[in-house]
Design a protein around this ligand. Structure first.
Ligand code: SF4
Ligand code: SF4
Length: 192
């Protein structure tokens, strides 16, 4: 676990720099939690164990709320007939992450643009007037050069290599000396 935490600190330091560089385009703040809703949240076994370690530090009351949320999501999943089951993260309590310091890797990248071949992945929340909404061309779902220039900001809106599979790759395991283990949607760690 220590080596994993070492990697998390290394990653978080880099991500903090990216968020700082992108600050003219970032609207993230405490209580804004759209990115913790209606998604799948991939978690490796190592990340999951760390998250649980964090949840054990919470008050009994909050732990009970999380358990209730988990039970509800599992029930919803059982009743779901579609292709991809999405849900609100059970660790989101009163619109705040209850395990923030212990959150997963994917959670740490939510607000940035992800490199993705020819077409960068812009955070979906630009549609809600949040991240990058001041520079997105909504029709093309790309960054608008015109809007960027009009802002007169020094730092360009940039895409980063923050794909989840890349951040949890074998190369990372070798470099930092630990194994992530299996990976699956967060809720499946509870329901399978
Ligand atoms: S990524 Fe978007 S939805 Fe999530 S906290 Fe930041 S602004 Fe809010
Ligand atoms: S662990 Fe925390 S940051 Fe990650 S999705 Fe859940 S509530 Fe959001």
């Amino acid at each position: 676990m220590d080596k994993f935490i070492g990697y998390l600190n290394f990653l978080q330091n880099n991500l903090n720099k990216f968020y700082e560089q992108q600050s003219p385009y970032i609207a993230c703040q405490r209580g804004c939690c759209l990115c913790c809703k209606n998604a799948q949240f991939p978690f490796s076994e190592m990340e999951f164990n760390y998250l649980i370690q964090g949840s054990l530090t919470l008050s009994k009351e909050v732990q009970n709320k999380i358990e209730e949320n988990i039970a509800k999501v599992i029930k919803d999943k059982k009743e779901f007939n579609g292709e991809t089951f999405k849900y609100d993260c059970p660790f989101l309590i009163d619109n705040v992450c209850s395990v923030y310091e212990y959150r997963g890797i994917v959670c740490r990248t939510f607000g940035l643009i992800e490199e993705n071949g020819d077409k960068a992945k812009i955070p979906f929340c630009h549609e809600e007037g949040l991240n990058y909404s001041n520079v997105v061309d909504k029709e093309k779902n790309t960054i608008s050069q015109e809007k960027y220039l009009a802002l007169n900001e020094e730092n360009l809106p940039l895409a980063y290599n923050i794909n989840y599979n890349l951040l949890t790759s074998k190369k990372v395991e070798q470099e930092f000396g630990f194994k992530f283990g299996d990976k699956k949607p967060l809720i499946d760690w509870f329901s399978e």
